[in-house]
Design a protein around this ligand. Structure first.
Ligand code: HEM
Length: 198
């Protein structure tokens, strides 16, 4: 089960975030980052990998029709659920981090970011055959296409913001991956919708 793998990887990520900071750094520290902030960051990275694979599965199969890409499509729903579980770890980590952060107060940005969790929950709750039957395949596909695209945009905004503030190359890689995945998906869609003329 892919999502069980996601839970195990999330536990590993938590362990890495725990071990990574020097012993004298408090677990609640935001500068330098302590365990809770690193866990918040790393858990978002892991969730992103699952989301990117779920988002790109059908595009990759359309571009390279190999057993591996067909496997990705077959396990797409599991990858989505893997994203939901990994992203739940981000939620737990950020609640613990922010509730221990001196001077933190809830503002409008929490509602915007929180909406991402509403979308995640909606997709996770409808990732089953029963929901496909209830909604009908076309509405179900619409819901999941829109939902997963919104979540990709959230990551695009979050990683672009981090790129602008930290200049770390990993964020440039993430932004490039998201842009490539979106452009490739749109191209494949256009190719499917445009009938061949010869
Ligand atoms: C769909 C919803 C969300 C997505 C896609 C998301 C994604 C991300 C990403 C990509 C990062 C950056 C990791 C890094 O810096 O390396 C991050 C960090 C963080 N997120 Fe989220 N997040 C979401 C919801 C939330 C919510 C609701 C909150 C609470 C207010 C939140 C609080 C944080 C915090 C505190 C950090 C660490 C920021 C820092 O590095 O200083 N996130 N998130």
């Amino acid at each position: 089960m892919v999502w069980i793998g996601s839970v195990l990887l999330s536990a590993l990520v938590m362990l890495v975030a725990y071990i990574a900071p020097a012993a004298e750094i408090a677990i609640t520290s935001d500068s330098p980052p302590g365990f809770l902030l690193l866990w918040t960051r790393y858990s978002a990275h892991l969730a992103f990998v699952f989301l990117l694979l779920a988002f790109s599965a059908s595009t990759l199969k359309a571009v390279v029709n190999k057993p591996q890409t067909r496997g990705l499509v077959r396990y797409r729903r599991q990858l989505g659920l893997g994203f939901a579980s990994a992203h739940t770890f981000h939620l737990v980590a950020l609640i613990l981090f922010l509730s221990n952060l001196e001077g933190y107060s809830v503002d409008a940005s929490v509602a915007v970011a929180g909406f991402g969790y509403v979308v995640t929950a909606l997709l996770a709750m409808t990732s089953n055959d029963y929901s496909v039957r209830q909604l009908g395949p076309s509405k179900w596909k619409q819901l999941h296409t829109v939902g997963i695209s919104i979540l990709m945009l959230y990551f695009l905004v979050a990683f672009s913001g981090r790129l602008l503030t930290s200049y770390s190359p990993i964020y440039a890689v993430y932004v490039a991956l998201i842009a490539t995945a979106i452009i490739a998906k749109l191209r494949v869609k256009r190719r499917v919708m445009t009938p061949a003329t010869d």
